[in-house]
Design a protein around this ligand. Sequence first.
Ligand code: GDP
Ligand code: MN
Length: 397
Amino acid sequence: MNIHEYQAKALLRDYGAPVSDGRVVLQSDQAKTAAGELDGPLWVVKAQIHAGGRGKGHFKEAEAGDKGGVRLAKSVEEAEAMAKQMLGRTLVTHQTGPAGKQVNRIYIEAGSGIERELYLALLVDRQTSRVSFVCSTEGGMDIEDVAANTPEKILSFSVDPATGYQAFHGRRIAFALGLKGPQVKQCVALMGTLYKLFLDKDMEMLEINPLIVAEGGDLKVLDAKFGFDGNALYRHADIAALRDETEEDPKELAASKYDLNYVALDGEIGCMVNGAGLAMATMDIIKLYGAEPANFLDVGGGATKEKVTEAFKIITSDPNVKGILVNIFGGIMRCDIIAEGVIAAVKEVGLKVPLVVRLEGTNVEKGKEIIRNSGLNVIAADNLSDAAQKVVKAVKG
Ligand code: GDP
Ligand code: MN
């Protein structure tokens, strides 16, 4: 789960990390008062969406005076005007995709003078199963570009969980970032704070881009992107409360309400499968036969008819879906339940695209019979490869 920049900064403030004072506003008429509570002479007006690259982003349906989603104001009046210009509009960045994201919240922050922009991240490194630090002198840029063009400018190392964070970790970062004098001590303290926050809250990713050397020489967090492990949210009610459902894919949101493991993808073939491994194999074989999956969906072992119906509705609500492949290996899951769910869903939402069904396992004959007798125009398949070929053919001709 991701949170907004202003929420991440509130957490950082609680933990004693250096961030500027700021206010979040939901309506433009609150902006002037909010800005007035902050010290000038510079204010930063920042669109709050769950995506990076806001500064270099652009708004849909361009208007005169448009700039990106991060702007500098020289007066509270100017800050108010900028908030007004951004609120309610759709910001497109390289991380939002072409559809963009609607700006519903604005963060106004006391502006900082910047000497240097640096990059810092903590993440769970799956290779070493440890928490890793990543840092670079090239802050404010896309770290992917830095990694591709000048990988020597990135330092990355993991922390042994047996010792935890130690001052030498922080010094290693400080020297890699070219920090001097009192900045080194600040860096050692800040990295310790970030590491503690990361572990305390079961985070998956903590990215600060940029971490700055402010005018006067002090370190400060200027941007913050936090991601949390969804499986650990049950023990962090404070973090779960920060969830902003308007930022999530509506299909993924609906799926999470029904406890379905669903991930939206860009392809044209909707998949309903039981078991994560089989779902991965189904996506692979669709690709093998020349098409792309529209989603990953594991309905799970103990799915009910209602759950299957809901899953089918989510798949058909995706306008990119040109064909559906139901691939069920009934172990714990019974094939007749799946068949009933599919039919109930089709009765409710209709079927406008070809549907290929492959059933195998518990109650398979009963399941096939239910589908045969339903009068639905279903293409039956005998095995995984047959099913994938049939659905790709139905979609691509
Ligand atoms: P992002 O574009 O979504 O990554 O948003 P950031 O919060 O990183 O802001 C983008 C850029 O705006 C930063 O890299 C800075 O160059 C600039 N910026 C943000 N806050 C300030 C500030 O307080 N003062 C100044 N001078 N520039 C800022
Ligand atoms: Mn940034």
